[in-house]
Design a protein around this ligand. Structure first.
Ligand code: 5GP
Ligand code: ZN
Length: 112
């Protein structure tokens, strides 16, 4: 038992709308979508934030990014944004590493 929200979602202890799952990665619909496509991709292993990832986590983080691209491709998205917030000041609110896949509308730059 853990009190980490995304560990519990990845373990299906808390319901979510699954998009993709394998032994190492879980992807699910964001509960408060900021775009027509808003999918979160998490490692099943707990890593609090990208700054806490170790050298041995490189392949896993690569899997998250390439899986995000695969989901975008499946949804017919040519343009999309991947976001990974590290730390409260950068907008991180859940302290289990996750990549946001956002698509289906235009995005401005720089981000807010
Ligand atoms: P962060 O701000 O940490 O980069 O992103 C956290 C994201 O998790 C937010 O977009 C928020 O809407 C989403 N979120 C928070 N709680 C839940 C939940 O219980 N279920 C789902 N599916 N998404 C959540
Ligand atoms: Zn966790």
């Amino acid at each position: 038992m853990t009190d980490c929200l995304f560990c519990r979602i990845a373990a299906h202890e808390i319901p979510s709308r699954a998009v993709y799952e394998d032994a190492r990665v879980y992807a699910f619909e964001d509960i408060a979508p900021q775009a027509p496509t808003h999918v979160l991709l998490v490692p099943k292993k707990h890593i609090g934030r990208i700054a806490e990832a170790g050298a041995g986590d490189s392949a896993l983080i690569g899997e998250l990014a390439s899986r995000a691209a695969a989901i975008a491709r499946e949804r017919g998205l040519a343009d999309y944004r991947l976001v990974l917030n590290n730390g409260e000041g950068a907008g991180q609110s859940v302290f289990h590493l996750h990549i946001h896949l956002l698509g289906g509308r235009r995005f401005s730059w720089p981000p807010g």
